[in-house]
Ligand binder design. Sequence first.
Ligand SMILES: [Zn+2]
Length: 199
Amino acid sequence: MKITSATIAQYPIKAVAVVATPEATSSEACAIIFGMDAFDDLYAANAKFAQNFGGSELTGRAARGLAVVTCMDSRIDPLGLLGLKPGDAKILRNAGARVTDDVLRTLVLAVYVLGVERVLVMPHTDCGMAKVTDPDVHALTSARGVDTRSLEFHTVRDQSEALRHDLTRIRTSPFLPADMPVAGAIYDVRTGLLKPSDY
Ligand SMILES: [Zn+2]
């Protein structure tokens, strides 16, 4: 399908994605036009959710005094696997469950403003961040014409060592209480079990 500005103007579109098929050359890229909003499914689901919401008396404080640092992996249900419910805990997620500067910043706010008194760092098995190196990611993005060398991805070479490092960052932070309980545990995405670390 040859896409021109006139073609696009025919559709009430909000997004256009151009993808290559095995048959298409780069100059004959195949275009897919989304005639509906790409987020309509979510808004529809939310409308149903809100019908049964019934209001909430919760505040923004962590009712169980807990913060969890975990990975963005889509297999992890932090509340479910820890027996928590909305309102109980602050959930901080990023690629690899790494304790970055921004996680530390967020923990300071969580502790001093939002009732957090303990922190669990929870990486997981089969983590994509443990399967690549920063140079690998730079090579992948470079192949797409994007230079990411100014970004640090905090990929994980040794998960145990990374967890030990991240726990130490929290425990030795001058901005967080020295006596605050900080634990690490690795979540097994196959069994659903947590394996507490000794660190
Ligand atoms: Zn992960």
